[in-house]
Structure formats: C-alpha cells, structure tokens
Design a protein around this ligand. Structure first.
Ligand code: SF4
Ligand code: SF4
Length: 312
C-alpha cells in the first residue's frame, strides 16, 4: 500500500487547516479544516485514515510526492490509532510578517493566525506528543504572533526543544531566555551584509536593528544555537557581499552554522543564474576556510551537482 510516515509522526498547523506536512513539494496535501481551539484527535485520526483509503484508490491527494512509499500493509496494523507526533510545526501565522522580502508573497495577505496554545495544550492533554517531540516555528514572523511568548514558554515548561525561524526585526526577550536555557535554536535569513542590500532584498530598512538583535541573542546562546541563512539570487550574489556575511558570522558572532539557499521562484523555473551558482560555490569554500559549516537549505541534488562542478 502507498503510505507516508508523516501521517504518523508530523502535525503542521496552517492558517485554516492541519496537515501532516508543510508541503515543500507543491503537492495536494491532506487538509483537515481547523481554525484554533482544541484538536480533536479522534476526528483527525479518522480523517487521516480516510485520506489513506483515498490514496490507495488513486485520488489526487499526495499524488507524485517523493515521500509517498509502497509499504507492507501488515507493518502498519494499529499504528494510525496510536499516533504520537515527534514533530509539530506552527505556520498558522503564515500571512503575518513585519518584513517585506522580495522573494516572498506571504506578507501581502497580512493576516494574524489563530492562537496556538489551546491546540498545543490539547495535544499534550491527549498524550499524543512523543517524549522527544520537536517544535518548529515557521511563518510569517512568530515574534509578532499574539500568543508566541506564552506558547514558546509552555513548550519549554514541558521540557521540549523548539526551532524558531525569525527575521529578528523585533527583539524577543523570550527568545533570549530560551536560548540561554538551551531550550531553543533560531534561524535568521539575513541574505545580506549591508543596510543597502538588506533593504533591497528584505524590503524594509532594518539591517542595523537586526544586527544588534542578533548580537544580543548571541550573548546568551551557544555557538550552534543561532543559524544564519543566505538566500542567494541576483540582488545579493556578489562575492564581496557574501564574503562580508561570512566574516560577520565567523568573527563577530562566532557561530558555527550558515545556510545557503536559492530564490524558490528561480528554483521552480530552473532559472538560477550562473552568477548565483558561482556565489554558492564561493559560499561553501569560504565558509569552510572560516571554520563554518555551510549547510544547503532545500537545495536539490541537481543544483548541488552544478555547484560542485564549479572550480574556484
Ligand atoms: S506524501 Fe508528501 S504531500 Fe503527502 S503528507 Fe507525505 S510529505 Fe506531505
Ligand atoms: S521574513 Fe519570511 S515570511 Fe516575512 S517576508 Fe521575509 S520570507 Fe516572507
């Protein structure tokens, strides 16, 4: 039978539904209508079981997804009803952001997400979170979501780890506290190393504020708790911009992990320029020279092969 293990292990809160994944493959994902409050796990489990039946009979749900595998049905017996999640993702605030990135359309809707704490407490009360369950804040921008502070503190209070994608325009004392207690890691897409490029790429004049906030966060965190990301495209792919970004990460912040990615519009059209691929090759080499770990973020094998072929 066709099956995806995310049905058993992952739950993802979207602005008007719950899904087993956050749909990075652009597929028709199972969507269980949800607008906040408690999650009725009995109903959600029934919904997933119905989706599975439909998938077997060739419905469009999950069709073409590389994560849909053929498995031996006997191995699955009873597992759906004993679902326990090990990954919970928050994207109900997907359309709420104080940044205006040129490669992103999400902020244009400008909608606040529903409060997530009641949903989270209901999962905990129904004992459907594994001991090592991991929480991830996507977005939108979580620090301006109304119950971010309460919810992230609650996650720490039940001794679970969380990974927070933030643009760091707003300083969050709560994030600083969670970093100091080793309860969180954060990921910031800086995409630049100067106020001019930042404003061009991110659409707001906030470079200095963001840099100051990152430096404040770093004072309370380990060298692996902050990850800086650089989405490479034609507005920021100069070697000098990337060199300054990496030197800032290495010498000023003294962090370990730097991610690189590409503008998804170009990825989907298979239109990444040679200059951007060259910039990525430089990113990897120079990061290693500076004792940083360069990490590809949703970079597929074909693109990686092209980057590796480039001789510097
Ligand atoms: S098969 Fe793919 S689209 Fe469907 S739930 Fe799994 S990861 Fe998501
Ligand atoms: S910070 Fe994230 S959600 Fe906000 S505009 Fe940029 S890419 Fe979009």
């Amino acid at each position: 039978m066709k099956f995806c293990y995310k049905f058993l292990t992952d739950i993802n809160f979207e602005p008007s539904c719950i899904q087993p994944c956050c749909n990075v493959h652009g597929i028709t994902v199972p969507q269980f209508e949800f607008h906040g409050g408690a999650v009725n796990m009995k109903d959600y489990t029934k919904f997933i079981e119905e989706c599975l039946e439909n998938i077997q009979s060739g419905s469009s749900i999950c069709k073409g997804c590389p994560e849909l595998y053929d498995i031996d049905e006997s191995k699955l017996l009873g597992k759906i009803i004993s679902t326990k999640f090990n990954a919970v993702s928050f994207n109900m605030h997907r359309y709420l952001c104080n940044c205006r990135c040129t490669y992103c359309d999400l902020w244009k809707k400008n909608q606040v997400g529903y409060k997530i704490l009641p949903a989270l407490k209901s999962l905990q009360d129904q004992s459907v979170l594994q001991d090592d369950c991991f929480f991830s804040w996507g977005g939108g921008e979580p620090t301006i979501q109304p119950d971010f502070e309460d919810t992230s503190l609650y996650i720490a209070s039940i001794s679970k780890q969380q990974y927070i994608h933030t643009n760091a325009i707003k300083f969050s004392p709560n994030i600083s506290h969670l970093l100091s207690e080793n309860y969180a890691k954060i990921n910031i897409s800086l995409d630049s190393s100067s106020p001019k490029t930042y404003k061009a790429v991110k659409g707001v004049d906030a470079y200095n504020k963001v840099i100051n906030n990152i430096i404040e966060y770093r004072k309370k965190s380990s060298d692996t708790a902050i990850e800086l990301k650089y989405i490479i495209f034609d507005m920021n792919n100069s070697i000098s911009e990337i060199e300054s970004f990496l030197v800032f990460a290495s010498r000023t912040l003294q962090i370990k992990n730097v991610q690189f990615s590409f503008d998804f519009r170009e990825v989907n059209k298979k239109a990444i320029s040679y200059t951007s691929l060259l910039a990525a090759a430089f990113f990897i080499k120079r990061a290693k020279d500076l004792n940083l770990n360069p990490i590809p973020f949703f970079v597929n094998l074909d693109i990686l092969k092209k980057i590796i072929k480039i001789q510097l």
